[in-house]
Each structure stands twice: as structure tokens, then as C-alpha cells.
Design a protein around this ligand. Structure first.
Ligand code: TYD
Length: 132
């Protein structure tokens, strides 16, 4: 499975907590894009795609949500519920996000600019692409 959970160091003191993410330092790539998902409609699922050429780190900076991760052979569910945990997802992994809590904010760091051409949004096409 081309995913990994990364523990992020927390700089905490009596004032609160701070986490720093630096490209090629505590994550494996240089960051070219940041986006965040919030105000999700209750009960909805998002994602439902794979990337042929993209690496991402996802941090649930508030609330919680679940990820279904699927490499075409195995499926695993990962829950993100803390801001000091990064979920790395590499290429050719189908992902679906669901069970968003109220107030959930997902921050996503990516190694490339947005390119719709490297998305696979059809599950059958995903299965065909990974076996070829
Ligand atoms: P979408 O891929 O449907 O989001 P999710 O993976 O959470 O289900 O993206 C929603 C819209 O945002 C879609 O019109 C594409 C656009 N978008 C960008 O313009 N830039 C980006 O970096 C991303 C991730 C999405």
C-alpha cells in the first residue's frame, strides 16, 4: 500500500502547540500546492479518485475524518483525528474520505500543481491502469 502515517513533532509549551512542516525535511517532497477542505456537508463522501502522478500529505488540523485507501488489491481504513499526524498518499492509490466530523478541516500538501489530467475518477479505469 502506497501510504504511510507520519508523526509530526509538536512544539508545545504553556502557550499552546505548534507544528512545522518543511518540504524534504519532515515530509518526503517539496511542497508546491496547499489546499484545505472544510464545511463538508454532513454524511457526504469526497475524493473517490486516484492520482497517476501526485504525492500528498494530509493533516486533519481540526475534527476527524476517515480515509478508505485502496491499491486495487487491498482496502484499508485510516482515521485522522489529530493535527500531529500526517497521512502520506503516493501515486496510484484510490482514496475516499468520509465520516467528516462537524468542524473537520483537512489540510492537504501536494508536490505538484493542480492537473485534472493526472486524476483517475473512474474506479474501473483505476483497476485497469494498475494492472497494466
Ligand atoms: P474535487 O477533486 O472534487 O475534490 P475532492 O477530492 O475533495 O472530492 O475538487 C473540487 C473542485 O476543486 C474541482 O472543481 C476541482 C477544484 N480543485 C482545484 O481547482 N484545485 C485543486 O488543487 C483541487 C484539489 C481542486
Amino acid at each position: 500500500m502506497n501510504y504511510q502515517l507520519i508523526n509530526l513533532k509538536v512544539f508545545g509549551d504553556t502557550r499552546g502547540s505548534l507544528i512545522s512542516i518543511e518540504g524534504r525535511n519532515n515530509i518526503p517532497f517539496d511542497i508546491k500546492r496547499v489546499y484545505y477542505i472544510y464545511d463538508t456537508t454532513p454524511g457526504i463522501a469526497r475524493g473517490k479518485h486516484a492520482h497517476t502522478d501526485l504525492e500528498q500529505i494530509i493533516v486533519c488540523v481540526n475534527g476527524s475524518c476517515k480515509f478508505l485507501l485502496d491499491d486495487g488489491i487491498r482496502k484499508e481504513i485510516v482515521e485522522l483525528s489529530r493535527p500531529d499526524l500526517g497521512l502520506y498518499i503516493g501515486k496510484n492509490m484510490w482514496r475516499e474520505m468520509f465520516d467528516f466530523s462537524h468542524g473537520c478541516v483537512l489540510m492537504v500538501l501536494a508536490n505538484k500543481h493542480y492537473d485534472e489530467n493526472e486524476y483517475i475518477r473512474d474506479y474501473d479505469k483505476f483497476l485497469k491502469e494498475i494492472i497494466t
